[in-house]
Design a binder for this molecule. Structure first.
Ligand code: ZN
Length: 129
């Protein structure tokens, strides 16, 4: 049934927009677990470092990875992100919940590693004589 993404209320088929806020309805069902990811407030969650970013672009890469995971509904935490201090952190571990580790690893591999391993050997060997 269509639903309002803002109110997360389902409506019967045939209704085009939310009766509460007027937003256009989306097809399907409202997500059961809205991807609200805030691990910093959860004390009893076991976090596992799924990947460690190093080097000059570590912060950028880590942010990207976090965004990717969050867009997939996996809560994650970057070391030091809750701290206001600006430190030249060289190694930035990205933590996810223990139960999400294998999924997170696969997603990160798909998103990050395939790009880096762009094969330069896909040149057409048309030099045949
Ligand atoms: Zn609404």
């Amino acid at each position: 049934m269509p639903y309002c993404a803002q109110c997360l209320i389902e409506f019967v088929e045939g209704i085009g927009k939310c009766e509460d806020c007027g937003a256009p309805l989306l097809p399907g069902s409202p997500p059961e677990d809205p991807p609200v990811v805030d691990l910093s407030g959860q004390k009893d969650v076991k976090l596992v470092s799924v990947r460690i970013f190093t080097g000059g672009t570590a912060q950028m890469d880590a942010d990207l990875a976090r965004n990717i995971l969050q867009s997939q509904g996996i809560p994650c935490l970057l070391q030091g992100e809750s701290s206001a201090e600006i430190l030249p952190v060289l190694d930035i571990p990205l933590f996810v919940r223990e139960e999400d580790v294998s999924r997170a690893e696969r997603i990160l591999k798909d998103y990050l590693d395939t790009e880096a391993v762009a094969s330069p050997e896909e040149v057409d060997p048309a030099e045949d004589s």
